[in-house]
Design a protein around this ligand. Structure first.
Ligand code: C2O
Length: 499
């Protein structure tokens, strides 16, 4: 094992991924942001200096469980204070589980401003070793011409009584670099697909090629052939694509579309149908795009985990969360989990959970909806989506099993596990269909504070977030690094005795 180190200075730079130039958040003067790459067992060290000048910042490593390093989970005012301009912070954690991940700011909606990149942990014991010849990364994202802060301000204004999120101006592939994949028809490619979107799910279709899915988020699955995928914000799919006879002498398009987040309809007002190409011979013309009239993406609740692990049980903790949108007491649009909207905490939740028995006093710590788990609990989360759109939920710190995730209109969970999947797929993001539900399970074996939230970034800003406080007794005297406490004290944020 080695340590892979990155020295990053975070600044605003100008970029024009779709031809429209705007300020974006870049690293060392560059945008797109670089890829972090490591192998299982390595340590990843990121020394980050905030040179944005006008904003605080931070980094979250999406899908990394941060076992014993919960203070590096990166959510502002949950695991750390945001790093003020001019200060630095070093994140160090182990690359323990192989897979396709990403990193992004978890502060002030900064990832739609460009502060995100892939994080790949290579597997020396890859069960699909030998099934592919090369690997490539394909990132997809919706894209906005305005910066996040004014978009959030407009969204949270009292006249937004329909709770509408900002509508993207465009869709970009590989952050607007190239959307071509050099494709040797004699070879098989492992394509690591990531959706960095703030709102839109990506619909993906490779002309007459099927995709063999081998991994979802960072969990291997039994190889599954699919024609189309719907990739929700923050989800990752690793697929194998091979040349076929008809590829000889042709360059194939593939189609990426944004769905309006409601049963796979393409809204004519939305940007859609960006194409990429599988280039077999750059001297040849490229085929025209095939029109996809019907999207029937594979139902991702039906993947089978590679290890065939059965559903966890018996459950020792049941949580049922209903969510919806509404106006708060002052007439502002918010999202609610069991009637509570998430309000940014005054002290990072980890610091208070580590030092006091009861950190739920809203007068001191701000309002929060905490769920407590004891070490070793088998937790079942039921999410009831009372809204009519699809919402992608992400849990920090855990890979969960998806026991059930019925189609739209199924209503709330009935209280029975009748339809439950016996070998449920494992992942860290799950799309919950409109007016429907999902049933998830995980083992509470990672002491720390973890957010559970909709990964539509606009809905995070509306408060569609709950907090998991896991084994708080093991967080006493937690060794919070000095530079993290310095970030807090520079802003006058108390650290509840950790300093
Ligand atoms: Cu990808 Cu809470 O984050």
């Amino acid at each position: 094992a080695k340590t892979v180190s990155y020295d990053w200075e975070i600044t605003w730079v100008n970029a024009a991924p779709d031809g429209f130039e705007r300020p974006v958040i870049g690293i060392n003067g560059q945008w797109p942001c670089p890829t972090i790459e490591a192998s299982v067992g390595d340590y990843i060290k990121v020394n980050m200096k905030n040179s944005l000048g006008n904003q605080t910042t931070g980094l979250h490593f999406h899908g990394i469980n941060q076992i014993n390093t919960n203070y590096f989970d990166g959510a502002s005012m949950v695991n750390q204070c945001p790093v003020p301009p001019g200060q630095s912070l070093t994140y160090t954690f182990i690359a323990d589980v192989p897979g396709t991940y990403w990193y992004h700011s978890h502060n002030m909606g900064q990832y739609p401003d460009g502060f995100r990149g892939p994080l790949i942990i290579h597997d020396p014991n890859d069960p699909y070793h030998g099934h592919y010849d090369e690997e490539v990364i394909l990132t997809i994202s919706d894209w906005y011409h305005s910066q996040t802060i004014p978009l959030v301000q407009a969204m949270l204004s009292p006249n937004n009584t329909q709770f509408r999120p900002p509508i993207p101006d465009n869709i970009i592939v590989n952050e607007g670099q190239t959307s071509n994949i050099q494709f040797d028809i004699g070879k098989t490619y492992r394509v690591r697909i990531l959706n960095f979107a703030a709102l839109g799910s990506a619909m993906l279709h490779f002309d007459s090629h099927t995709m063999s899915v081998i991994q979802i988020d960072a969990s291997y699955v039994q190889k599954q052939e699919v024609y189309q995928l719907r990739i929700a914000p923050a989800e990752r799919y690793d697929v194998l694509i091979s040349g076929i006879d008809r590829d000889q002498g042709r360059n194939y398009p593939f189609l990426v579309s944004l769905d309006i987040n409601k049963d796979f309809q393409v809204n004519p007002q939305w940007p859609h149908n960006v194409t990429g190409y599988l280039i077999t011979d750059s001297k040849l013309a490229i085929d025209s795009v095939d029109v996809v009239d019907v999207w029937l993406p594979f139902d991702d609740a039906h993947f089978v985990p590679y290890d065939n692990q059965p559903a966890l049980g018996p459950v020792t903790k049941y949580w049922e969360l209903d969510f919806d949108f509404g106006l708060d007491a002052n007439g502002y649009p918010r999202a609610f989990f069991n009637g509570k909207t998430y309000i940014t905490q005054n002290v990072p939740t980890l610091y208070t959970a580590a030092t006091v028995e009861n950190n739920t006093n809203p007068a001191i710590y701000g309002e929060v909806l905490p769920f407590f788990a004891e070490y070793g609990d088998i937790v079942q989360i039921v999410i009831n989506n009372v809204d009519s759109a699809i919402h992608p939920f992400h849990l920090h710190g855990h890979t969960f099993q998806v026991l059930d995730r019925p189609q739209s209109g199924a209503g709330k969970w009935s209280g029975s596990d009748g339809g439950a999947n016996l070998t449920p797929p494992k992942r860290d993001v799950i799309s919950v269909n409109g007016n429907s539900f999902a049933v998830l399970r995980f083992v509470a074996n990672n002491p720390g504070i973890f957010l559970f939230h909709c990964h539509i970034e606009w809905h995070v800003e509306m408060g569609l977030t709950a907090t998991l406080i896991e084994a708080p007794e093991k967080l006493k005297n937690y060794p919070i690094p000095r530079d993290m406490l310095d970030s807090c004290s520079a802003q006058g944020i108390p650290t509840a005795g950790n300093a």
